[in-house]
Design a protein around this ligand. Structure first.
Ligand code: SF4
Length: 111
């Protein structure tokens, strides 16, 4: 049986090295011991399953003590996949189109 990956954002399974300063907030993540499948969907996931999964994941984020750090990380990197800091892939994509792209003078799609 394959080892289950942890859901912790940015926690790609390497626990042998000490955390860098910018990732220390991961240690307090509410999702640290949850399966990554809750925060990351798969390519064939339908919209109803995605909505249910994202609702469950963002409910975890609402109780998370490092939500602000996580959301800031996801928006500034930017992280294209998964639920981070209570944001979804779609909400971060919308944020980029509405806020980031216009700030750099790029045109955006009409929504
Ligand atoms: S805010 Fe959500 S995704 Fe981020 S560390 Fe907390 S539980 Fe995990």
């Amino acid at each position: 049986m394959p080892k289950r990956r942890r859901a912790i954002p940015g926690g790609r399974g390497n626990t042998s090295r000490p955390p860098k300063a910018w990732t220390r907030w991961h240690e307090d993540a509410a999702c640290a011991d949850l399966p990554s499948q809750l925060f990351y969907g798969h390519e064939t996931e339908n919209s109803a399953d995605r909505a249910a999964r994202e609702a469950a994941a963002t409910a975890v984020c609402e109780q998370c003590p490092v939500r602000c750090q996580c959301e800031a990380h996801a928006v500034t990197m930017p992280e294209p996949y998964g639920v981070w800091g209570g944001t979804t892939e779609a909400s971060r994509r919308n944020h980029r189109h509405r806020v980031v792209a216009p700030a750099y003078g790029k045109t955006t799609r009409a929504s």
